[in-house]
Ligand binder design. Structure first.
Ligand code: AHR
Length: 678
């Protein structure tokens, strides 16, 4: 983890001297252990937006590997010589393939070149697995001369790697070869020449399908695996829950373009591709070549969730296409049990795919065949993304009871629509109460002012109904929709509100998760990458500080401002200032106090921890501190460590009632104090 080790002790010692003048007194009651904190409290939300799957987390380096992109089946490829696209290939759901035939002259070449996703990122010394389904229809062996090339070089040779692959089967067969890259390059291309064993353009024909290039060293070494540095960034977060696959992608611009999970499982070569909904949502950032290959499908998702230790939380379609884009009833699935049967089956079958017994269930058997006989232990299912009003409520009222009949053990999540404060939202909550949803998904991509105004959001929520899932949220500063530290500090402050209300808010997932610097449509995003590097944003570090230190139970915390009466919530509506929350981790025997100062000015603070015995106290507390005072600072792959957590110590002093820490809440800084009890 890229964390600067900075000793803050001196600053804190200085602050101690001015402690008596402290105006912000944070009082943590360690005797009165509050609500348990769910293991799912803090999590991640993955949607294939901003080239998050193909070209991002998913390790595949070639674009349009199955020649299925439309309208041009050669999108992503440059063809030269004699290349035809045929459609009677070995994979019925991806039937297109390329036929390469010799030009009949030793100096006239036939071949293909792939551009990757904004180029192909290769690391010096790393190995890459090239694979292809191929055949020689006339039975005459042919060779592929495989090259990694740099088209932008001024060197004599564009190619910097050469490998040969003999294709000799009349029947379709998978061939593969591992190629080591002698250099690090962000935007290479893959070039294939059809040739004979002497690398001359001979005579003959070869058919090629599902041409693929993966790093051998993927996350956890899976062949159809994830890009390691990107997946590692997820593991390093320690998320408790993992929402997938959307987002609007679940709904589709038309119903037929929705995410159909059954298309994303089974052999990777035969998963039918889909147009990515984010290809065409924003014409001002248009990517005509944005498709979903579903190589990262539901099996890979469940596996990844397991490997990073997060509870999976799939979202499935409720039979409504995107309501923003479709306002007529006939643009959705009919609102009858019959009309929605496919959607009911999708829910039940997905639960079986995740948890069922391979001996008795065909979807569970598929999971086992794919390499995971043990269940994935799915506990949650969301039905519908940002849906609203009667079209949604009526459909959910048909689907949810059917799913519950078969799988009463699964907690169902409904949505309160796209906004977090309007009529749709209120009606959504009313309906979800009636339908007895276990959790209700709320979304708020809002500006700083909104966050300032809603710092008390969950204090007065009805504790009897469904729990809250803040499923998509991020602070979008007005007009500055990028990942600057100035907005992240408000996210940190808002999270104290969630933490204090952990009895009602059971999950929160920042969104979106990923963005490729060359292919984004939406920002801010938690993690950015180019073809070789990742950058963890200030918002990432905010999330990580919470995720690494979630605690097991809330501790009641009050703050008195300006020496006044303690208030339940640190600041009044709309104000900048100090925010705080505290938890105890009963397993680790730690008290964790999070203090955020959103104001520009430093503020003296006085943290009282009541109810701890002097003999159990350490002499110092560990501090992690994220300084967001450089308002526009933004961690990006080209400059990844503008804003990073720093570590230090603060003196803990025993008092009659417990312990005290005198410190300074630096302006625009998130500080986390960890008191490890003896
Ligand atoms: O996160 C981007 C989009 O924002 C999601 O797809 C959608 O749910 C919301 O509108």
């Amino acid at each position: 983890m890229r964390i600067k080790q900075i000793l803050l002790s001196a600053a804190f010692a200085l602050a101690t001297m001015s402690a008596m003048a402290s105006e912000n007194v944070i009082t943590v009651n360690a005797k009165k252990i509050g609500a348990p904190i769910q293991s799912t409290q803090w999590g991640i939300f993955f949607e294939d937006i901003n080239f998050a799957a193909d070209g991002g987390l998913y390790g595949e380096l070639l674009k349009n590997r199955s020649f299925e992109f439309t309208p041009d089946h050669l999108m992503g490829w440059q063809a030269f010589g004699k290349v035809e696209i045929l459609n009677d290939g070995p994979f019925d759901k991806n039937p297109h393939y390329a036929r390469l035939s010799s030009m009949g002259h030793r100096d006239l070449w036939t071949g293909l070149q792939n551009e990757g996703f904004f180029g192909i990122g290769l690391e010096e010394g790393a190995e890459y697995r090239f694979s292809v389904w191929a055949r020689v229809p006339d039975g005459k062996a042919q060779y592929l001369w495989i090259q990694f090339v740099d088209q932008n070089t001024m060197a004599e040779h564009q190619e910097f790697t050469n490998t040969d692959l003999k294709i000799d089967s009349r029947e379709w067969k998978k061939y593969s070869v591992v190629i080591k890259s002698p250099r690090t390059i962000e935007r290479a291309q893959l070039r294939l020449f059809l040739c004979n064993e002497r690398r001359r353009s001979g005579s003959g024909t070869v058919d090629l399908e599902h041409i693929s290039l993966f790093p051998v060293d993927t996350y956890k070494g899976h062949e159809n695996g994830m890009r390691k540095d990107v997946a590692q960034a997820l593991e390093d977060l320690h998320p408790g829950v993992f929402r997938f696959p959307g987002g609007c992608i679940v709904e589709g611009t038309t119903l037929d373009l929705r995410y159909k999970w059954k298309n994303t499982v089974g052999p990777v070569e035969n998963r039918p591709i889909n147009k990515n909904r984010w290809e065409n949502t924003f014409t001002y950032r248009y990517y005509a070549d944005y498709f979903q290959t579903y190589g990262l499908g539901f099996f890979e998702y469940f596996q990844l969730a397991e490997e990073i230790g997060a509870e999976p939380l799939p979202v499935l379609s409720v039979g409504l296409s995107c309501q923003f884009q479709n306002d007529r009833e006939d643009q959705h699935a009919p609102c009858t049990k019959e009309g929605l049967q496919e959607f009911i089956d999708d829910c039940i079958d997905l639960i079986d795919f995740a948890n069922g017994d391979p001996a008795t269930n065909k979807w569970a058997k598929l999971r086992a065949d794919m390499g995971h006989p043990a269940p994935f232990n799915l506990k949650f299912l969301a039905i519908g993304n940002e849906q609203w009003e009667q079209p949604y409520f009526d459909r959910l009222a048909i689907i949810a009871p059917e799913v519950r009949k078969v799988h009463p053990e699964i907690k169902l999540i409904g949505t309160s629509g796209p906004n977090a404060e309007d009529d749709k939202f209120r009606h959504g909550w009313e309906a979800m109460r009636k339908l007895k949803a276990d959790l209700v998904d709320e979304h708020y991509y809002r500006n700083v002012q909104w966050y300032k105004d809603w710092m008390n959001r969950y204090n007065d929520y009805d504790r009897k109904g469904p729990k809250v899932f803040a499923g998509e949220w991020a602070c979008h500063d007005s007009g500055k929709k990028y990942n600057h530290a100035g907005a992240s500090i408000y996210e940190a402050a808002f999270m104290t509100n969630i933490e204090r209300n952990a009895d009602i808010v059971h999950m929160a997932t920042y969104a979106p998760l990923f963005a490729h610097v060359d292919g984004w449509q939406w920002r801010p995003d938690l993690i950015w990458y180019d073809n070789l590097h990742t950058a963890r944003t200030a918002s990432y570090y905010v999330q990580q500080m919470y995720m690494l230190n979630p605690g097991t139970n809330v501790l009641p915390t009050t703050l008195s401002l300006d020496g006044g009466k303690p208030v339940a919530n640190p600041v009044a509506k709309g104000q900048d200032g100090v925010f705080a929350s505290a938890v105890i981790d009963k397993q680790k025997n730690e008290i964790i106090v999070k203090v955020i100062n959103t104001a520009t000015e430093d503020s003296p603070i006085h943290i009282n921890i009541e109810g701890v015995k002097a003999k159990n106290l350490p002499s110092t507390a560990d501090i992690t501190s994220l300084d967001c005072s450089d308002y526009d600072a933004e961690n990006m792959p080209s400059k990844p460590e503008q804003v990073c957590p720093a570590h230090g110590k603060a003196t803990v002093t025993a008092t009659k009632k417990g312990a005290t820490i005198d410190a300074t809440a630096a302006g625009k800084t998130f500080q986390m104090y960890i008191i490890k009890l003896k």
